[in-house]
Write a protein that binds this ligand. Sequence first.
Ligand code: ATP
Ligand code: MG
Length: 142
Amino acid sequence: MIERTLSIIKPHAVKKNIIGKIFTRIEHIGFKIIGSKMIRLSQTQAIGFYIEHKEKLFFQNIIQSITLGPVMIFVLEKENAIQHFRDLIGATNPEHALPGTIRADYANNMTENAIHGSDSTMSAIREIDYFFQESEIFPHCY
Ligand code: ATP
Ligand code: MG
């Protein structure tokens, strides 16, 4: 089934000047980028986005880290996109990320782990809706 997923290149990865490298990898294995924007998240936007983690000890760290600078947010389309994209980015802890994954190559640590990917169908729907109007998404013509 063709699915959509949401991804965010996190501030430290934007600062490393590797947006193009990451996009190339994503396109190379067949994802279509069907929406994209660069913004700096406000505290309120970041808290709303990561609300499921609000009771966690590391919550302040992720809010601080994701609001440090601009992020690149994009919507991807592909067969089985949600799981395929999680496989491409690798484990949350980059020390456990498989070789060749984006986090293995570009993460600094658990907080600065380069990139976000939606973790389920429900998350993908919520997250895409959180950042994009339908008019800002351009489904691929097959
Ligand atoms: P993301 O949602 O950013 O794609 P994820 O789904 O792999 O990451 P989550 O469990 O949703 O992981 O955690 C959200 C973010 O919180 C992680 O990307 C990471 O930066 C941070 N995080 C998760 N677990 C920890 C932890 N134990 N210690 C510090 N930071 C953590
Ligand atoms: Mg997550």
